[in-house]
Design a protein around this ligand. Structure first.
Ligand SMILES: [Cu+2]
Length: 155
């Protein structure tokens, strides 16, 4: 994928020159939950890896496919599952990855403009504190995609 190719090229360049990579974030397994008609929300999930030397923060997200996109966290509070809007965004520590996945951190597409059909591509723009904002393509699926063993090496 183009964005991953670009980010690894920039990273390589950064290592060669000794400079901090301009953009050291990589995205994998991006998918959104396919919705029935008139769904009020749809979850978006992606793994964000920060190969850089400093922490970054996912500040906000947006998509043409929905009224707005929020960053949420699902968490057990006692024996009740609660969903929280992360208004401060989501920190991605240096050298770490954060998984947005069902039952945990996720993007919440609020008021999808049309039903999201299985197999459809939904572009979500992710805005970061330090890295350039990125338009990431999410594939609609009913269930989490099973990661192929070589999924980290696709270009
Ligand atoms: Cu949510």
């Amino acid at each position: 994928m183009l964005y991953r190719f670009l980010s690894s090229s920039l990273l390589a360049l950064g290592l060669i020159t000794g400079a901090q990579a301009a953009d050291s974030l990589a995205f994998s397994n991006a998918w959104v939950r396919a919705t029935p008609p008139n769904a009020k929300v749809a979850g978006g999930f992606v793994e964000i890896r920060n190969a850089g030397k400093s922490a970054d923060r996912l500040l906000s997200a947006s998509s043409d496919a929905a009224e707005r996109v929020e960053i949420h966290e699902m968490k057990m509070a006692g024996d009740v599952m609660q969903m929280r809007h992360l208004t401060e965004g989501l920190v991605i520590s240096a050298g770490q990855s954060v998984q947005l996945k069902p039952g945990s951190y996720h993007l919440m597409l609020i008021a999808p403009k049309k039903p999201i059909a299985e197999g459809q591509k939904v572009t979500i723009t992710l805005v970061f504190e330090k890295a350039e904002k990125r338009a990431v393509e999410f594939t609609a699926a009913k269930q989490p995609p099973v990661a192929a063993p070589d999924s980290a090496h696709k270009h």
